[in-house]
Design a protein around this ligand. Structure first.
Ligand code: PMP
Length: 394
């Protein structure tokens, strides 16, 4: 039976990771996979996370099953972190999931349960796994124009035109902040306009919030999501704790379904619990408990926020340094967008040939669409990358 399986194309980013590992060159630079790294190339465990784990180890007395939809302390902490005062637990269904990916998958399953004719609007480009999951589920995908390859900014006019064609019953997938793969984001006025379009069309937003705290700050990065939540009656939010808590392998995420009334919330909550039960039964506990412990303890929370700010500030500084270096080398401002982009990624706008050349000649690994992970850089490697970009003719 299993011999009937068709070979699957390997995930491009994971394949690139393997290629990087196998490269024997000393000075190779990994700007591929979306993982935060410090200046030494290490992905550290955050201080508050480590302390929360110590406390858990000292106090936990059982490993029996916990909540099918996750634990209430985690759900509440996530609801408040994402929505602040706008979090209304009485009308919000919440589900602990296997990472942000699990939240996206369950959100799409939920939407399809509610509307079997579901179509999903996604930005062009988007995180490739969005498309891959939707294709696997057999969901019709409609792309909306998003990134302007010339300016390397959002082509908002085109986005507006395209998402205006969505209809009630469609889902419009939006990146809450730190757009992956481009790094180009909506400003708050543009979020307001998106809200107006959603009001007009009746389409349901699904906000993928995988990098809260990596762009302009923990509160600032949720501003678009909060605005949508304040104006649109039904909103789905798929949040990941992988990046902002640095707990990638613990697989911690959360799906929020904002409803108009308690009866609908109960329906959504029941369907979401059902989806967990059908997929993997109980969601992972450990990472969610870490997050709840950190967010619900004033000292741990303050320390986590301080460290998250260090991480964010470090990436911003690298952006500015790289943009300045490229301005000096190119004698132009055409790379200024690198300092304007936010989050871990920027799409450079290099051709596949130029990306290949940077890999061959300089040992610099970035994703084939020229997405680079800013956190893969440090003060020594910024000038090397800048030179490679110019020499590759970008
Ligand atoms: N959404 C986006 C845009 C992402 O970049 C990622 C991580 N690469 C995720 C969701 C999912 O993250 P995870 O499942 O690791 O929590």
């Amino acid at each position: 039976m299993l011999g009937n399986l068709k070979p699957q194309a390997p995930d491009k980013i994971l394949a690139l990771m393997g290629e990087f590992k196998a490269d024997p060159r000393q000075g190779k630079i990994d700007l591929g996979v979306g993982v935060y790294k410090d200046a030494t190339g290490h992905t550290p465990i955050m201080r508050a996370v480590l302390e929360a784990e110590k406390r858990m180890l000292a106090t936990e007395t059982t490993k029996t099953y916990a909540g099918l939809s996750g634990e209430p302390d985690f759900q509440k902490a996530m609801g408040e972190m994402i929505l602040a005062d706008g979090y209304k637990p009485e009308t919000t269904a919440a589900l602990a999931t296997v990472g942000g990916t699990g939240a996206i998958r369950q959100a799409l399953e939920l939407a399809r349960m509610a509307n079997p004719d579901l179509r999903v609007f996604v930005s062009d480009p988007t995180w490739p796994n969005h498309i891959s999951i939707m294709n696997f589920m057999g969901l019709p995908v409609v792309t909306y124009r998003y990134f302007d390859n010339d300016t390397r900014a959002v082509n908002f006019e085109a986005m507006v035109e395209d998402i205006s064609t969505a209809k009630k019953g469609d889902v419009v997938l939006l990146h809450g902040c730190c757009h992956n793969p481009t790094g180009a984001n909506l400003n708050i006025e543009q979020w307001a306009e998106v809200a107006s379009i959603l009001e007009k069309t009746g389409a349901t937003p699904l906000i993928d919030l995988a990098y809260q705290g990596f762009g302009d700050g923990l509160e600032e990065d949720a501003a678009g999501t909060r605005l949508i939540a304040s104006r649109i009656p039904e909103v789905l939010i798929a949040a990941s704790c992988s990046k902002n808590f640095g707990i990638y392998r613990e697989r911690t995420g959360c799906l929020l379904a904002l409803c108009t009334d308690k009866a609908t919330k109960d329906l959504a909550q029941g369907a979401m619990a059902f989806l967990n039960r059908q997929t993997y039964s109980f969601p992972p506990f450990h990472g969610a408990k870490i997050v709840a412990t950190v967010l619900n303890d004033a000292d741990l929370r303050a320390d986590w926020m301080a460290e998250l700010e260090e991480v964010r500030g470090g990436m911003l500084r690298l952006r500015t340094t790289l943009a300045n270096e490229l301005r000096d080398l190119s004698g132009s401002d055409r790379f200024g967008f690198i300092a304007e982009h936010r989050g871990m990624f920027s799409r450079l706008g290099a051709s596949p040939e130029q990306v290949a050349l940077m890999k061959q000649e300089f040992g610099i690994y970035m994703v084939g669409d020229s997405r680079l992970n800013i956190a893969g850089l440090n003060d020594e490697t910024v000038p090397i990358l800048a030179r490679a970009i110019i020499e590759a003719g970008v």
